[in-house]
Design a protein around this ligand. Structure first.
Ligand code: SAM
Ligand code: SF4
Length: 373
């Protein structure tokens, strides 16, 4: 089938394909019909990583991600069910996706999160190996959920913490929850999940005087600190390049405390890494704006409302909902075949780079919380 990409100008989309079949997506026990080949784009990039956003809701309101009020939430009826997520994931794994990263919004707000991890971790690729289940979280619900998540098959964790100061955290996230995040990081540190990564968006006059402190905090929790250049993905569209702390500035600040040595062999990883005083500890920088790494990108994204995206910054989405929920006949092809076709259309449409630095760049309509970071 040919999937028709749709360019969005607002949050809620028209279907990208007309509802084609009489199959209503239920719990899929059927074999994956579209046992696939790898998802290779027209620039030769092989896709191995699917970021699955589980919700656009969040317990925080980080200024760079969500507005304080008036967020336009995704319609509850459009949110993918667990069975629908698993159905898509099985096809993706057959197409040699090897890692599912659960994100959001805040993925731990999803009430069936443990079951999501359990069902996804049972999926194997064509080589019989289980997929890897990673999660990016604000950590707030980790103390209560982490044992069950690990038992269910979670293998890796990234936790976001932008500041160690309570007043700053409150101002930045509009919630007084720093202690809860710290408890979540402590729980993760005490767990066996490694490598454990902590993420901070570096912001001028907000937390750029805490970069060394954050790295030391990460080391104390046997974690790797990673700084992210702020990207134009806030729901309020208030990103200002001049406010962005660059990779060069981050490295300069850290060099005052440690000797930094580049770690080779980055592969498709978004973070470039440096050892601190020769190791073993390292720090990472995700420099999407000043040092884009699009040439090695192996990531696809699935939004909580069933839209496939080939780039964080894309304005084109590929709608899986009509495939999963079509209620009219005739059945032309198995649903799995159509999901596979949509994955391939999405990969085929991937541009060589994100063009943030191009004057014609248009910020996507969705905020980061609705895309899935
Ligand atoms: N709620 C979870 C969390 O905060 O880790 C998962 C979702 S959040 C969208 C994923 C990551 O995106 C976080 O590390 C967050 O700091 C980052 N992020 C959000 N908006 C960003 C922006 N405008 N620029 C750079 N990173 C951003
Ligand atoms: Fe929530 Fe994560 Fe966005 Fe902060 S960055 S508002 S924690 S989704």
């Amino acid at each position: 089938m040919t999937a028709i990409p749709v360019t969005i100008g607002r949050r809620m989309l028209q279907p990208a394909v007309s509802a084609p079949s009489g199959v209503f997506a239920a719990a899929s026990t059927a074999p994956v019909a579209a046992v696939g080949a790898p998802l290779v784009d027209t620039h030769g990039r092989v896709h191995r990583d699917l970021r699955i956003s589980l919700t656009d809701r969040c317990s925080l309101r980080c200024t760079y991600c969500m507005p304080e009020q008036g967020n336009e939430w995704l319609a509850k009826t459009s949110i993918l069910t667990l069975d629908e997520i698993v159905r898509i994931a099985r096809v993706a794994a057959a197409d040699e996706i090897t890692t599912f990263r659960l994100t959001g919004g805040e993925p731990l707000l999803r009430s069936d999160i443990v079951e999501v991890v359990r069902r996804l971790s049972a999926i194997t690729g064509p080589d019989g190996r289980p997929v890897e289940i990673a999660m990016t979280t604000n950590g707030i619900r980790l103390p209560e959920l982490l044992p069950a998540l690990v038992e269910a098959g979670l293998t890796r964790l990234n936790i976001s913490i932008d500041t160690l100061r309570r007043d700053r955290f409150h101002a930045l996230t509009r919630r007084d929850r720093l202690d809860d995040v710290r408890d979540g990081i402590a729980a993760a540190g005490a767990s066996g999940l490694r490598p454990l990564k902590l993420n901070a968006v570096a912001m001028r006059d907000v937390n750029d005087d805490e970069l060394v402190d954050l790295v030391e905090f990460a080391i104390a929790h046997d974690a790797q600190m990673r700084f992210i250049e702020q990207m134009p993905l806030d729901a309020g569209h208030t990103w200002d390049r001049s406010r962005m702390v660059t990779q060069d500035e981050i490295l300069t600040a850290l060099s005052a405390r440690w000797t930094l040595t580049p770690v080779p062999g980055r592969g498709g990883a978004p973070a470039a890494r440096w050892t601190l005083d020769g190791g073993p500890h390292t720090v990472g920088v995700i420099a999407s704006v000043t040092a884009p790494f699009c040439g090695d990108c192996d990531r696809l994204r699935l939004t909580a409302d069933g839209q496939l995206r080939n780039c964080l910054f894309s304005t084109t989405e590929y709608d899986l909902l009509p495939i999963l929920r079509a209620e009219t006949s005739p059945v032309v092809e198995p649903v799995e075949t159509r999901i596979d076709g949509m994955l391939r259309s999405c990969v085929h449409g991937k541009l060589p780079g994100h063009a943030i630095n191009d004057p014609s760049f248009l910020q996507p309509a969705r905020g980061m919380n609705a895309i899935g970071g």
